[in-house]
Design a protein around this ligand. Structure first.
Ligand code: ADP
Length: 263
């Protein structure tokens, strides 16, 4: 006999056009979640995967800026075509709404936007859709996790205590909703000064410790590097702008790990 929880899982709808859907989540804003989502997508592409990005950060979409996309998606009357840039199929609420206008969304509107993005976009022949979630544990995470077949989640954090508290909340949410957490990433872990010394600006080891505490995989750390912000601001994230950069190599490691989980 199928219990209710298993039944519910069967009822979750997959996104048509992709084999796997992976959420990139963070407890707080500003920890580098969108930067991670875009560069992971590009690194996966560089190792031969077909990738899409679904920018579900409805309160602060970043993909239009980070990928320098200024056009609107075309519609065939039924479905929207994603906009392909750097060989990545992209969809963002930012393509549809004026980026300068603050968006005030309520629960049902969030649900309907998610339905559009997951069921009414012509995603084509993808291995992975990387979903850039809004920060926190709100309506978007809940709706995705309850309605859509999510194949995994990665939680990005910076190492300071105040961010970690929320990370724990995020872990518990995905666990409860039955979404497999692929692992935790420690972003902006340290800075290497001109003197060659490592400066641990936000503290040390907190994300790894949290991963251990909850028996989740620790996927690795990414240092603070000004080139990361500069390239994103210029509309071409570092993995695309400079594939040989030390940061791009770190992203390549992440991509190889993620690919090995599935393909
Ligand atoms: P979030 O999606 O969590 O709100 P963003 O990806 O927008 O965060 O990143 C916040 C800011 O931090 C951006 O200006 C981004 O360029 C910068 N940033 C992210 N990761 C790094 C890094 N490893 N080194 C330097 N700057 C970074």
């Amino acid at each position: 006999m199928i219990d209710q929880k298993t039944k519910k899982n069967f009822e979750k709808k997959p996104i048509i056009g992709t084999k796997y859907t992976i959420a990139i989540s963070s407890a707080k804003g500003g920890v580098g979640k969108s930067t991670f989502a875009t560069n992971l997508a590009l690194a996966l592409k560089n190792i031969g995967c077909k990738v899409g990005i679904l920018d579900a950060d409805i309160y602060g979409p970043s993909i239009p800026k980070m990928f320098d996309i200024n056009e609107k998606p075309k519609s065939d009357g039924q479905k929207l075509d994603p906009i392909t840039k750097y060989d990545i199929q992209c969809m963002s609420i930012g393509f549809l709404a004026d980026q300068q206008t603050p968006m005030i969304w309520r629960g049902p509107m969030v649900t309907s936007a998610i339905k559009t993005f997951t069921q009414k976009v012509n995603w084509k022949d993808l291995d992975f859709i990387i979903v850039d979630m809004p920060p926190g544990t709100g309506d978007t995470q809940l709706t995705f996790s309850q309605e859509i077949k999510m194949d995994g989640a990665i939680i990005v954090s910076t190492p300071q205590e105040v961010a970690l508290l929320d990370v724990k909340r995020g872990i518990k949410m995905f666990d409860k909703l039955g979404v497999k957490i692929l692992g935790l990433v420690d972003n902006m872990s340290f800075f290497i000064g001109d003197d060659g010394k490592k400066y641990k600006i936000f503290g040390e080891g907190g994300v790894k410790k949290t991963a251990e505490e909850f028996q989740k995989e620790f996927l690795g750390e990414i240092p603070i590097n000004p080139d990361v912000g500069k390239t994103s601001d210029e509309g071409k994230p570092i993995v695309e702008a400079s594939p040989e950069h030390e940061i791009s190599k770190i992203y390549l490691d992440f991509a190889n790990k993620i690919k090995s989980f599935y393909l």
